[in-house]
Design a protein. Structure first.
Length: 152
């Protein structure tokens, strides 16, 4: 009976993470590269939650670079970026966008990020816990498919 509980409880917790984080996607991302050093390092596992209102300057966000119009599809097909908000503005139609920058990058990103592309804001990071996922992703030849299979 104890073994059954030890299996069921973690599975239920993992399955309920999107509900807990109030996100439309699984709220975990792996840092790839060194653009966020010293705050985040290659292989860090980042847990994110839905933003509550406009995001303030200095906040680390997880976002999709580019949009197809389907948020859940974008998170599988488009690059996921973890950078810091350094500015914001409004498009002529009134939609909010953010300027972002990696902490270790010399300049801001060469694109702006619509508020609708934000998956979440950084809540916690576990150093290097994402390295096994990154290894499977890089060596499987399947790209995002390996993440989909691991994270459901």
């Amino acid at each position: 009976m104890l073994i059954l509980v030890m299996i069921i409880v973690p599975v239920v917790v993992l399955a309920s993470l999107p509900l807990i984080a109030r996100t439309s996607t699984y709220p975990v991302a792996v840092v790839s590269g060194s653009s966020m050093v010293p705050a985040l390092h290659n292989g860090d596992l980042v847990f994110y939650t839905a933003p509550h209102g406009p995001v303030k300057n200095g906040t680390i966000i997880v976002f999709v670079q580019g949009e197809t119009g389907f948020a859940s599809l974008d998170s599988l097909l488009k690059p996921i970026v973890i950078h810091r908000v350094v500015g914001f503005g409004y498009e002529p139609d009134g939609s909010l966008y953010y300027e972002t920058k990696g902490d270790n990058n010399a300049g801001t990103d060469p694109f702006v990020t619509p508020a609708s592309s934000i998956l979440g804001v950084d809540s916690a990071a576990v150093p290097y816990a994402g390295l096994p996922i990154q290894f499977l992703h890089d060596h499987s030849g399947c790209g995002h498919v390996s993440l989909l299979l691991l994270w459901g």
